[in-house]
Design a protein around this ligand. Structure first.
Ligand code: ADP
Length: 392
């Protein structure tokens, strides 16, 4: 089994990547603004050549056709689709009518994501009816959480009749980086790891012997940490307060919590950590406060996650902020004074873009591991495709 195409379909965009068998080469691209006059496709081919072309009013299927024409020399042998919400599905699935039906039914829990994934899946099924296609779910890795971690303290029937529970997201990333760190530490999928995936969306995870035992996101990706534009945890009575006192409806509240809050909301400036660090350096109080809230709430969440681990082997940073910001890593470690972490300044300052251990060698380990969600999706897709190619 060689080339695998990985597709991540959003509501108006498609990210695609073709991973060649030896894993060292990738052809990546992005189609964006689909359905509008500004729709276009761009990317990088092997040899680092850039391409970009307008595709006015193209829909998902037309954009995929263009992408796949560009990739035709590298015939994919299977296709892996990133699917945000899989409900209680525990592992990647070979796509068939039943799986498509399940993804559709789960749309109530991920109304922005799952319908877009279905569009992408149906388009690729039409274009490649003979290729095995696999759905890899962001939620699947967290299905190993014990009930005490995934149940809300709400009436039981909301769970049994409507699936109201904590699911968690970023599962492919948490699975990948915890496996990498434990392998590099010489104990593959053993021990207890705290993971901080810090991007525009951020979440923490506790991984014990290779399995997720708790995570900070919940029914939706809004729960948990202070993120780029998402509030993370707030008092659930906030909705009532805003409705009664400001006359806001649910749509307005949802938009505020998902798109106008987090780092952007507190700083009033940006959701981009680089911009905030620069502004804070130049004396901007609100930018400095946004960073402080981000760091403090993250440290609190990691401390809470530690309750799921019998012991702590180490802490892992990943995602755009976790991989690139030595400053945030240092502040987070300093905000966890009771865990015996000690950061090596020099290693921390030189961690950018590579797998590196950044502790001083005493206490729990600290790792920076660049995440590779596409690589993990390709790996899971390849495994399933191999299984069906070689019947027992
Ligand atoms: P997404 O969740 O959209 O995949 P990423 O994982 O790419 O996001 O992370 C985006 C975040 O990473 C942004 O807040 C960006 O500012 C931050 N980031 C990238 N490089 C740096 C850096 N050198 N220092 C601080 N933050 C950085």
């Amino acid at each position: 089994m060689s080339n695998i195409l990985v597709i991540n379909c959003g509501s108006s965009s498609i990210k695609f990547a073709l991973l060649l068998e030896d894993q060292h080469f990738r052809i990546q691209g992005l189609a964006e603004n689909l359905g509008t006059a500004e729709a276009r496709i761009k990317g990088v081919t092997i040899g680092e050549e850039k391409f970009e072309m307008p595709l006015p009013h193209a829909d998902h299927k037309q954009a995929l056709e263009v992408a796949l024409t560009r990739l035709k020399h590298y015939k994919p042998e299977a296709i892996g689709h990133r699917v945000v919400h899989g409900g209680e599905i525990t592992e990647a699935q070979l796509i068939n009518d039943e799986v498509i039906q399940h993804i559709k039914q789960t749309s109530a829990l991920a109304p922005l994501h799952n319908p877009a994934h279905i569009v992408g899946i149906e388009a690729t099924l039409e274009l490649f009816p003979d290729l095995p296609q696999v759905a890899v779910f962001d939620t699947a890795f967290h299905q190993s959480m014990p009930e005490k971690a995934y149940r809300y303290a709400l009436p039981k029937n909301l769970y049994t009749d409507y699936g109201v529970r904590r699911y968690g997201f970023h599962g492919t990333s948490h699975a990948y980086v915890s496996e990498r760190a434990s392998t590099l530490a010489g104990q593959k999928n053993q021990g207890g790891w705290l993971v901080a995936h810090l991007g525009n969306g951020s979440s923490t995870c506790a991984v014990w012997n290779g399995k997720s035992v708790d995570t900070s996101m919940g029914l939706t990706p809004l729960e948990g940490l202070c993120m780029g534009t998402r509030s993370g945890d707030v008092d659930p009575s906030l909705h009532q307060f805003l409705a009664k006192n400001l006359g806001w409806d649910l749509e307005r509240i949802d938009k505020m919590l998902n798109r106008e809050s987090g780092l952007l909301g507190i700083s009033g400036l940006s959701n981009d950590m680089r911009t905030l660090v620069e502004a804070a350096d130049n004396g901007n109080h609100d930018a400095a406060l946004a960073i402080e809230v981000f760091v403090y709430r993250l440290a609190k969440s990691l401390a809470a996650m530690s309750c799921g681990l019998p012991e702590i082997s180490g802490l892992i940073f990943t995602g755009g902020i976790g991989e690139n910001s030595a400053y945030i890593r240092e502040r987070v470690v300093k905000s966890l004074p009771h865990f015996g972490f000690s950061i090596d300044q020099n290693q921390n300052d030189h961690a950018r873009g590579k797998e590196i251990r950044i502790d001083q060698g005493q206490g729990p380990q600290i790792w920076v591991i660049p995440t590779d969600e596409e690589g993990r999706i390709a790996h899971e897709t390849r495994e399933i495709a191999l299984k069906i190619a070689e019947p027992a």
